[in-house]
Design a protein around this ligand. Structure first.
Ligand code: ZN
Length: 268
């Protein structure tokens, strides 16, 4: 059952969303992104209806009937199980990002290792990831299931699609569940590559010129409805069609370019 594909797109029947969440849960479990009953997944069904995984159940063992429906305040509207104690973090993301329709939270070991080491994934070492995923910032530690956690994550939600949570794990989100899941996969991949560069004792950053060219190329691909270059002029406001949004703010891009230029100068 878990080999079924999840098609992209947020417009589906509730039954399709239920099946998709079970498939994504299976993927998270098979890839080792969660242990035991860790992790949670949710999908926005409507303006005030969220479909989410239950607490105390392996994400690899869920069936469509195990899922819970809540409103945006977390009040249960359907299902016999209890929603995850980490649901408030999902609800915060839905409130702040009208373009987001799915959220994944997991503890993938390498990215979570970075989070436990107090390290963000924000070095421009892979061209695909710079623009596809952007910087993955590190939110300070907050006790799971309390408002501490949502307060720690909140400052990063608008400008990023993946966040490391210190001493805890990772949360990713997107316009649909496939996008949210793939961002989890990309974050863990980014962390694996960053770890290898650290084991090798050498990280060669993309240069300032390389980054400028990447941004131009991205802007060309997405010109028209997606004015990526314009988005880089400041923190990105929520948008309805932002699946392709560039996830670097202008400030972050400048910081990356400054860092790259600094490295260029040091090399000469
Ligand atoms: Zn967690």
């Amino acid at each position: 059952m878990h080999s079924e594909p999840i098609s992209p797109g947020a417009v589906k029947t509730e039954e399709q969303h239920r099946r998709d969440i079970c498939v994504a849960g299976g993927w998270m479990h098979e890839r080792g992104y969660v242990a035991s009953t860790d992790g949670n997944i949710s999908v926005r069904l409507g303006p005030d209806r969220i479909l989410t995984s239950p607490t105390c159940l392996s994400k690899g063992m869920m069936t469509p009937d195990d899922l819970v429906i809540t409103d945006l305040e977390g009040r249960r509207l359907g299902g016999s199980r209890k929603a995850s104690s980490e649901l408030p973090m999902h609800l915060l993301i839905y409130r702040l990002r009208p373009d987001v329709n799915a959220v994944c939270h997991a503890h993938p070991p390498v990215a979570t290792g970075f989070a436990a080491a107090g390290l963000a994934l924000d070095k421009p070492i892979l061209c695909e990831l710079v623009l596809g995923l952007g910087c993955v910032p590190l939110a300070r530690y907050g006790t799971p299931g309390t408002s501490e956690l949502t307060t720690a994550v909140e400052p990063f939600v608008r400008d990023h699609n993946a966040i490391l949570m210190a001493n805890h794990g990772v949360v990713t989100y997107g316009a649909d569940l496939l996008t949210a899941f793939q961002r989890m996969e990309s974050t863990e991949h980014f962390a694996n590559v960053a770890l290898v560069t650290q084991l090798l004792g050498k990280q060669v950053m993309l240069s300032g010129g390389d980054l400028e060219k990447l941004v131009e190329a991205k802007a060309r691909y997405t010109s028209g409805s997606q004015a990526a270059a314009a988005e880089l002029n400041g923190p990105v406001p929520p948008r309805g069609d932002a699946t392709e949004r560039v996830t670097l703010t202008r400030r972050e891009l400048d910081a990356l370019i400054d860092e790259a230029l600094e490295k260029d100068r040091a090399r000469r």
